[in-house]
Ligand binder design. Structure first.
Ligand code: XMP
Length: 497
């Protein structure tokens, strides 16, 4: 669903996500809402507890598009037949039967799409027009005029890149619904700044900066709004990559922010000493952050606000998915503890990551910062399997730098989601010169992803892998083997811990 909203916003059409059980008629009847899209979802409309939508959605005269599960749901609500066990998965060709329909403007008679479904629409609803069929003979799209409401459904996923004309289809739908492509995050900078100024009338604002694009943009917006009433703090936990702290300070200074750097390297190292359990490691690091921030707030009683770089997906996710399994405790997603007693300000809560990158550029921040890879809050500590030792920390720090440098050199850095090195305790016998040496194994992980929720390993050219491997074994003491991680997420997560 985030991808659907992003694909629309990328094309200038503003989209918001509303959980199916929080739909309000007055809200959707507002003239600013032009159309409604029902996303994919659970495997089957017949599954126990499968989400339903209220019937009035089809009565308010705004175009409705159902995708995958949303398509099954609409077909069923309108009297069509949905069957189980007619699965299609992956790249699937679709034949467009009615190329004059505005939804398919710009599509050829046959196009590639991406399918991922177990049920299918066996019969379109009475009075509906069949618009497309899949290569397996299943209904791929229909349209039905239902009173004043035009209802569309598509079986494939237009939001994913494996449906090359999918973006166009979403834009066609927005246009036929009368939506205007007015959304430009850059144009909102002035109003974001004045809203912040309005909100922070007195007292100071604390912002924890990490060198990432989200916290930096948050800090720069606040700096513009409240000037030196902003206190930007960079906690150096010692688990940053080589040169990262200096680089972050330089960028902040060039944006007019003088960050307070707290050197807590020893404290953090002590906190995780002897800990090899990943969750315990994260917990201790989270507690250490909390303790440091508590100290800052105590020493600066005029701090009233805490600014955080929370993004739109976090806002939606934190309200949704009850009972979802906790895979990893991302300490900074939940935010700093409420007992700090500060009012939380989240200027980026309406934006997606790619929009924040655009804001960064519009604010004059360097391109390298805007397109920096995500980096976990607990830093390299979660890229060290087992206990964090100084030797292993030095290894990941240096090896990560090599991985990033080589990708940049090959022009691949910005094409991948993340690229880093991992080290554990396993050893590999090596020969250096004619001496036997037992050294560490460094695992290189380079992945592509849209949102970090799923990921594929990157097919990096062999020559690049070769250079990475040679440089790591030559330049990083104590390493005798470099391995490349070739497992997708799922089943593996991106970070090792
Ligand atoms: P996993 O490893 O769960 O990670 O597949 C998904 C994405 O989240 C990032 N990540 C974190 N980000 N604090 C963060 O801000 C964390 O503690 C954290 N742990 C993982 C990870 O780098 C990947 O992009």
């Amino acid at each position: 669903m985030h991808l659907i909203a992003r694909r629309l916003r990328e094309q200038g059409f503003y989209a918001e996500i509303v959980p199916y059980n929080m739909l309000k008629r007055e809200q959707l009847e507002d003239p600013s809402v032009k159309a409604i899209i029902l996303s994919g979802g659970p495997p089957s409309v017949y599954a126990p507890g499968a989400p339903r939508i209220p019937g009035w959605i089809l009565e308010i005269g705004k175009p409705v598009l159902g995708i995958c599960y949303g398509f099954h749901l609409l077909a069923e609500m309108l009297g069509g037949r949905v069957d189980r066990g007619c699965r299609e998965y992956g790249r699937t060709m679709v034949r467009v039967l009615d190329p004059s329909d505005p939804l398919f403007e710009g599509w050829e008679a046959e196009e590639q799409t991406w399918m991922s479904h177990g049920d299918c629409v066996r019969e379109v609803p009475p009075g509906a027009r069949l618009l497309a069929v899949s290569e397996n003979g299943y209904v791929a799209a229909f349209r039905k005029q239902h009173g004043d409401t035009v209802v569309y459904g598509v079986q494939f996923h237009p939001e994913v890149s494996h449906t090359p004309k999918g973006r166009q289809l979403l834009s066609n739908f927005a246009r036929l619904a009368g939506a205007e492509p007015w959304w430009r995050p850059e144009n909102l900078i002035d109003s974001l700044v004045s809203e912040l100024r309005e909100r922070v009338k007195e007292g100071r604002v604390l912002v924890a900066v990490s060198g990432g694009v989200d916290s930096t943009v948050t800090a720069v917006l606040l700096q513009r709004a409240v000037g030196d009433r902003l206190l930007a703090v960079l906690v150096d936990h010692g688990f940053f990559r080589e040169g990262e702290v200096e680089e972050t300070v330089r960028i902040l200074k060039s944006a007019g922010i003088e960050p307070l750097v707290i050197d807590a390297r020893e404290e953090f190292f002590e906190a995780v000493r002897g800990v090899s359990d990943p969750e315990e490691k994260r917990k201790r690091i989270g507690e250490m952050f909390a303790r440091i921030f508590q100290r800052i707030v105590k020493e600066n009683p005029d701090i009233r606000y805490l600014a955080q770089g929370t993004l739109y997906p976090d806002v939606i996710e934190s309200g949704a998915a009850p009972g979802a399994d906790r895979i990893k405790s991302h300490h900074n997603v939940g935010g700093l503890p409420s007992w700090l007693g500060l009012e939380v300000i989240e200027p980026l809560r309406e934006f997606y990551k790619d929009e924040v990158r655009r804001l960064a550029l519009a604010l004059g921040l360097p391109h390298e910062l805007a397109f920096r890879h995500p980096f976990p809050g607990p830093g390299l500590a979660v890229r060290i399997i087992g206990e964090v030792t100084r030797e292993k920390l030095e290894i990941v720090r240096k090896a990560s730098r090599i991985v990033e440098d080589e990708l940049r050199r090959a022009g691949l850095y910005e094409r991948v989601w993340q690229a880093f090195a991992v080290v554990g305790d396993d050893r590999w016998v090596g020969v250096k010169g004619d001496r036997r040496e037992e050294g560490h194994i460094v695992i290189v992980r380079i992945v592509e992803s849209d949102d970090g929720m799923t990921a594929d390993w990157t097919r990096v050219p062999y020559e690049v892998l070769d250079r990475i491997s040679r440089r790591i074994t030559a330049e990083v003491p104590g390493v005798t083997m470099v391995a490349y991680a070739v497992t997708t997420k799922p089943p593996a997560t991106i970070e090792p811990q």
